[in-house]
Design a protein around this ligand. Structure first.
Ligand SMILES: [Zn+2]
Length: 220
């Protein structure tokens, strides 16, 4: 015997709150994607074809500001030469304390930043529709994006002055952070994060307040 009402009842139950269902599935998938992102990034997407010592065009405030010379800091990541030296000194000090710093993203070309921004806007639009936290840039107001990303030309990464370091943050910690719960909600408590909080300043690095992994010479 067929049970037509059974299927209908299940659909009916789903129909009551599809937004919550999809948000739940979305949160799970985004969480997994976020956790996977760093190891994947270390192997592939952030590794550039920029050669050691290459001179590239730097951007700030949305416009080109001249050229800089790049230097490798490991893991396929480069920084402007003087900032690279500061980072390498910091990484060496961390290693002495038993902490391995893994750079995830340093200098980004305009092509790279544009690709990151485009992907972040797509993800942010989907997250906003699902009722999840998103970020906004003061340089391009009203455009939801995720993860927090500067529009092309506005990232300190395009000056070679900023570096993202894998601090082991989870997606729920990031969500709490972005909702302004820092100090109240879940905290980042990894050894790497705590070491950087205690020591980055000694090497001329300041953390961007809104991003636990992003360090630069001027805090941007
Ligand atoms: Zn960054």
């Amino acid at each position: 015997m067929r049970h037509p009402r059974k299927g209908k009842a299940v659909l009916g139950a789903l129909r009551v709150r599809p937004a919550f269902l999809y948000a739940g599935i979305g949160t799970g998938l985004l969480g997994i994607a976020y956790l996977l992102r760093r190891p994947l990034a270390q192997g592939a997407s952030f590794v550039t074809d920029i050669a050691q010592g290459e001179v590239v065009v730097a951007y700030d405030g949305g416009v080109p500001i001249g050229t800089i010379k790049l230097k490798d800091v490991g893991n396929g990541v480069q920084l402007e030469e003087s900032v690279a030296d500061k980072y390498l000194a910091m990484a060496a000090a961390a290693a002495k304390d038993g902490i391995t710093l893994t750079p995830v993203s340093g200098f980004r070309s305009m092509t790279k930043q544009t690709a990151l921004w485009t992907a972040a806007v797509a993800k942010g639009t989907a997250r906003k529709a699902a009722g999840l936290a998103v970020a906004y840039s003061r340089h391009m107001p009203g455009i939801p994006h995720w993860p927090p990303t500067a529009p092309p030309g506005f990232s300190n990464h395009q000056r070679g002055h900023a570096i993202d370091i894998a601090v082991g943050i989870t997606s729920s910690q990031l969500d709490a952070w972005k909702r302004g719960l820092e100090g109240k909600g879940p905290k980042v408590t990894t050894k790497i994060y705590e070491w950087l909080e205690a020591n980055a300043g000694r090497f001329g690095f300041k953390r961007l307040a809104s991003e636990p992994w992003h360090f630069s010479t001027d805090g941007r």
